[in-house]
Write a protein that binds this ligand. Structure first.
Ligand code: AMP
Length: 391
């Protein structure tokens, strides 16, 4: 078990909290402040316990000087100040005398936000390559380090692994909740189903390999279903096809044919956004593109899921950003919300779909980290969490 923020005496301590303030920004406006809102629990806990709070986060990618302006966290500082209803001291630098002096003069219950950690990437990718000196330097600014940025926990950066290697460390409430939720999958209520969708089989090979042995069913939809259907000999027309993964699909279908559930029909178009038709697997023409699972597949998926008491889902079942291809994803979300059971939604597009289609509070857990949740499902250890002190 990893230490959490609750395991520390924070009184008057300089507490560095690595948060995820990587929010979408357009024309100098924050389009969605959910990530800032979600960090409040940990920040408020630190404030209530009289910490001097030092916040660090990345925002976008910083490859050249021009990227600095559009990726400044100054706008986030303003929003955070509104949400906390108190002053947030913003330092528009990631090192130097002003940052150091301001931190030295912090009082208990003060909040400081440092500029985007990735500004250090301009100098030889120091943040993203976990430069030793940078991690040590940032650690020297605090007494305790709390990691609450799940979305970057699968990366070894100076602002997570680097600092944690040099300070007493714990996780914040967000990461604690993510870990507890995924932990449930080590001991699922059976039958246990995994739903996989999204674009490419190759991105999900690790997940399939890890989970196929543990689960009772793997339901496959989205673009990746068509490589499996091709492996069975179907003409998939112009649907997404991952030629490098065809042998893997054949092997899985051989070994686990009783567990793998594939679509039997699809919504197809001749081009993305074009007119739609419903077609069985054996009716595809060469110019058809499969863009969602069809009605019979929805029924088949529902029948399988109705039996299941634990479900984990990563990847939408169709091109759900366009409404005419979203029915499969919507129907399965609805089905899963209809009775009590463990449902864990992996991050990224699946989490966005669940939230956008109105299922924000309907499941056991919706993960906040796409890459990080995928790596947990692959059974990998996350470096940003491994480095944290054990209890
Ligand atoms: P991933 O990041 O692998 O989970 O892929 C998510 C993306 O896959 C989303 O942008 C979906 O729109 C896309 N996707 C889902 N189903 C299909 C499909 N049948 N054809 C093409 N793209 C799809």
């Amino acid at each position: 078990m990893k230490k959490t923020i609750k395991d520390f005496d924070l009184n008057n301590k300089r507490v560095i909290i690595r948060v995820d303030f990587n929010v979408p920004i357009k024309d100098n406006k924050i389009l969605d402040d959910n990530r800032i809102v979600m960090s409040l629990k940990t920040i408020n806990y630190a404030l209530d316990n009289d910490a001097k709070v030092i916040l660090m986060s990345h925002l976008g990618r910083v490859k050249n000087e021009e990227d600095k302006e559009k990726n400044s966290l100054s706008i986030v500082a303003k929003r955070l100040s509104e949400l906390l209803n108190k002053e947030v001291i913003f330092i528009n630098n990631t090192n130097g005398v002003e940052l150091e002096n301001t931190i030295n003069n912090l009082k208990a219950k003060d909040v400081l936000l440092m500029e985007n950690t990735r500004f250090e990437d301009l100098d030889g990718k120091k943040e993203s390559s976990n430069d030793n000196k940078l991690g040590k330097y940032w650690a020297s600014l605090g007494d305790i380090f709390i990691n609450d940025a799940f979305g970057t926990a699968h990366r070894s950066h100076a602002s997570n692994v680097g600092i944690a290697s040099n300070l007493p460390s714990g996780v914040g409430f967000l990461i604690e909740e993510e870990l507890n939720s995924f932990q449930v999958l080590n001991n699922p209520n059976t039958p246990y189903a995994v739903i996989l969708g999204g674009a490419k089989v190759s991105d999900k090979i690790g997940v399939i390999n890890n989970l196929v042995k543990k689960c009772d069913y793997i339901l496959i939809g989205g673009g990746m279903a068509y490589t499996f259907l091709k492996a069975l000999g179907y003409n998939i027309g112009n649907s997404l096809f991952d030629s490098d993964s065809i042998n893997f699909c054949k092997e899985m279908l051989d070994k686990y044919k009783n567990k793998i559930v594939l679509p039997v029909d699809s919504i197809v178009s001749k081009e993305l956004g074009g007119d739609i038709e419903l077609k069985d697997n054996d009716k595809f023409l060469n110019d058809d593109i499969g863009l969602d699972i069809g009605k019979k597949s929805i029924k088949l998926f529902k029948e399988t899921l109705e039996k299941c008491n634990t479900v984990v889902w990563n990847g939408p079942l169709g091109y759900s950003e366009i409404d005419k291809y979203a029915a499969g994803t919507k129907e399965i979300l609805k089905c899963l919300s209809e009775r009590e059971r463990i449902v864990i939604i992996g991050g990224g597009d699946t989490a966005s779909a669940a939230i956008n289609f109105g299922y924000k509070d309907k499941f056991t857990h919706i993960s906040t980290g796409g890459g990080a949740s995928l790596e947990l499902l692959e059974g990998k250890k996350l470096p940003g969490i491994e480095v944290i002190d054990d209890k």
